[in-house]
Design a protein. Structure first.
Length: 103
């Protein structure tokens, strides 16, 4: 069975084939990015890979639905695989904005 289009597999070293992606190289690059960002005062955050579909349609309109991986979950809620982190970060900040200090 093959992986879905648009996704990658990352294999541990040694690679079974020279054209494959290395999980070790990927980890090294991400580790360097993280340490550099921390050195300059940035803090890491993360969010769920699925978000309510409304998070994306509220700003972009219903036409965005055709461009997203979306489905209805078992709770009958429309959800989408997040295409990038900006809406997730905005949702997180809006949910806790009173708890943050103003600059």
């Amino acid at each position: 069975m093959e992986r879905l289009p648009g996704f990658r597999d990352f294999y541990p070293e040694p690679l079974p084939h020279p054209d494959l992606w290395s999980a070790d190289a990927r980890f090294y690059i991400f580790d360097q990015w993280r340490s550099t960002a921390r050195r300059y005062g940035f803090r890491e955050y993360d969010g769920p890979p699925l978000e309510p579909l409304e998070l994306f349609t509220a700003k972009s309109g219903e036409e965005i639905v055709a461009q997203l991986y979306n489905f209805t979950d078992k709770g009958d809620r429309p959800v989408s695989l997040r295409p990038e982190m900006t809406p997730t970060l905005a949702r997180m900040v809006a949910a806790c904005e009173r708890g943050y200090k103003n600059p």
